[in-house]
Design a protein around this ligand. Sequence first.
Ligand code: HEC
Length: 248
Amino acid sequence: MKPNKFFCTIVLSALAVCLNTSFAYRQKWFENSPPKITITSPLNDDRFAWNATIRYNIKITDKEDGSSEYDEINAKEVLLEVCYLKDASKVKNYLASKANMVKEDKGLTLLRNSDCFTCHASKNKLIGPSFELIAKRYPINNNSLERLTKKVMNGSTGIWGQVAMPAHPAMKKDEVREMISWILTNNSNPNISFYPGIEGAFRTKEKTAKETGKEVLVLTASYTDHGEKTSTQNKKYGQHSILLKAAN
Ligand code: HEC
């Protein structure tokens, strides 16, 4: 090898190493950190009473978004899912199905960020019917999706009572369809309910002959961050689950 060719190879290799490290460093430096979600109350392994109100609090900290302790997190973007399981042996599978989630369902995100939860709750009637009753009334098919999408966009009255749902003319049709699809797909199970907000309360069921006292409640809080400053593409989803056992 001629000396200047040799020199060239050395310089080029050094340059390649430099570029590579600086790229990796940049990646790491700018990479969005995942949010840390903690259900601060109740506590894992606490007991729950039947037909009682359970208050909950969720804490979120995220390197880029900030901390819920300083009101830097939009409470509307936090969701609690509550699931009854027959006994503790069912917990592992349920948590495994949750662990695979890398992002929130698009329809749910749209719904949370809209006004829907001010009039609808997962299990109770507010101004509008519960999502559970809606999901039980309409099978998941193209007909229901089309019909209910139109209802949300144009408004509705007379189906569930005389109170009207206002029209949502500014919404995009395919986005409303995603919301309806989330409602119909995820709300017919009487054992799973959803609560938006960083704190709040829910009621446990009444104990009937069906309940054995071995039931457990799994509470899962979730939040999707806003990405890093230079890009909102790489958003990260996080969740935290705790287990409550029936008091008897
Ligand atoms: C101001 C209160 C209010 C808001 C906000 C609201 N709804 Fe409603 N919603 C109602 C009421 C009241 C009804 C029952 C209307 C009826 O009886 O026809 C209803 C009914 C529905 C139905 C069932 C319609 C049918 O034909 O059975 C769906 C689905 C629905 N809402 C979804 C949504 C979604 C999605 C949003 C958010 C984009 C939303 N609602 C926002 C009050 C509201």
